[in-house]
Design a protein around this ligand. Structure first.
Ligand code: ZN
Length: 428
């Protein structure tokens, strides 16, 4: 089903899910601001002893360039060990696993001490006003839960060997900042010290040289502690240096150079990504600007961060402004001391024989909306060969694929984990 977004016609996927769920006697509802872009909510009723569990997955996908695909991008063609298709790892794997979990919980008549809710949401790929934002603002009671499981994690395999499972427990908060430089306009034949381009260029260089303060939270601390136990000695030493609070040593420099994602999870990060200014070679422009992509730690004090940034810039010709744009709310990390995390961790051990690393995404996900409303959220995912993304087969790539084995295992993992969940919560 082509549900690429934009334009995002999720209706065929929702109709399919509704048909399958209702054929098994599971009640469903749909909610939409645009009839072509519905969200589906299915619910299995428990005895209400505990607050519900939410399984969330998105039915839209990013776009495709069919010329780049060996197999038609919405055919789900199986070749060799893989299934090829847009959405195979983002996020129709979670949709399929969520659906099967609902069907199996129903068929096996597992006694439920809480409701299990399945939300197949629209618009995750950049149109949250049709999906999670709309559901949280208008129909929160339909999806309100104690815990939520959604995309955002994976089982990492390298060289055919499972290394670890990652479970997303928190994420950074996106912010956009405009940097505006103002100077006197003039003739290009008479250079001016006040040239706005020169001031902006200096400012960008100063920002790039500023290493923002490092700060660990429960998630990133556990991440580095556990990663150290499964890493080569040299890497492990770097992770332990970070855990000791080493802010300016060789480890930081190494991450900045070789492992930029690890450097980013340690701090609020700044990347200058747009710069505009000047329009004629013989005119000194009076105003130029740049836009910074700032990814804040979940607990960042943004007004204070602005003050620090101003000090780093230290130039009266420069003005800072929050730029408008869709963002996601900040929220505290989901706790590792919850029955949900304990259960997921145990299930990863059982199914894959691997350690679980709690992770903080540097990018934003729809779980941010739910965490901001007090739901403990955990991002999970199938087994992925770490070599596959760089070869061009990852999420959002020109081609996308999943291992058949990873897919079936992920479905089984979900079904068993949720069944366990019921047992777990009954005895706890
Ligand atoms: Zn996704």
């Amino acid at each position: 089903m082509d549900t690429s977004d934009p334009p995002g016609g999720e209706l065929p996927a929702v109709e399919y899910l509704r048909r399958v769920l209702e054929a098994e006697g599971i009640e469903t509802k749909t909610f939409a601001t645009d009839p072509k872009r519905p969200n589906l909510v299915a619910r299995l009723r428990g005895n209400g002893t505990k607050r519900p569990l939410l399984i969330m997955a998105h039915t839209d996908t990013v776009n495709v360039d069919p010329k780049k695909w060996k197999h038609p991008p919405f055919s789900a063609t199986r070749e060799g060990e893989h299934i090829y298709g847009r959405g195979t790892v983002d996020d129709k794997d979670n949709v399929a696993a969520g659906l099967m979990t609902m069907l199996l919980l129903k068929r096996t008549k597992v006694p439920l001490d809480r409701d299990v809710i399945f939300l197949a949401e629209a618009g995750e790929e950049g149109a949250v006003q049709f999906g999670i934002e709309f559901m949280v603002n208008q129909h929160f009671a339909e999806i309100d839960a104690e815990f939520c499981l959604a995309e955002g994690g994976r089982i990492v395999r390298t060289g055919g060997k499972v290394q670890y499972g990652s479970v997303q427990t928190t994420e950074k908060v996106p912010n956009r900042i405009r940097v505006i430089a103002r100077g006197v306009a003039g003739h290009g034949s008479v250079p001016l010290r006040s040239n706005a381009i020169v001031h902006l260029a200096r400012t960008i260089a100063n920002i790039a040289d500023w290493q923002t303060q490092m700060r660990l939270n429960e998630t990133t601390r556990a991440f580095f502690e556990r990663l150290a136990t499964i890493s080569e000695p040299e890497d492990a030493a770097r992770y332990r240096a970070i855990l000791r609070g080493d802010e300016n040593g060789a480890a930081q420099e190494y991450f900045a150079e070789k492992k930029p994602a690890l450097h980013s999870v340690l701090r609020t990060s700044i990347s200058p990504n747009i710069i505009t200014g000047g329009y004629r070679v013989n005119v000194i422009p009076s105003e130029v600007e740049a836009t910074l992509d700032v990814r804040a730690l979940p607990d960042e004090d943004m007004p204070r961060f602005f003050e620090q940034l101003r000090k780093v810039i230290n130039d009266p010709a420069i003005e800072l402004e929050r730029a408008p744009g869709h963002t996601r709310p900040g929220a505290p990390p989901s706790s590792l001391h919850t029955e949900a995390f304990t259960l997921i961790e145990a299930a990863i051990k059982r199914h894959y024989g691997a350690i679980t690393l709690p992770t903080m995404s540097t990018g934003a996900t729809d779980m941010a909306f739910l965490r901001a409303r007090g739901i403990q959220c955990f991002g999970i995912g199938p087994m992925i060969d770490s070599e596959d993304g760089p070869k061009g087969f990852g999420a959002h790539s020109d081609q996308e694929r999943i291992l058949v084995e990873a897919f079936t295992k992920f479905v089984r993992f979900n079904c068993n984990a949720f069944r366990e969940f019921m047992r777990f919560s009954l005895v706890s």
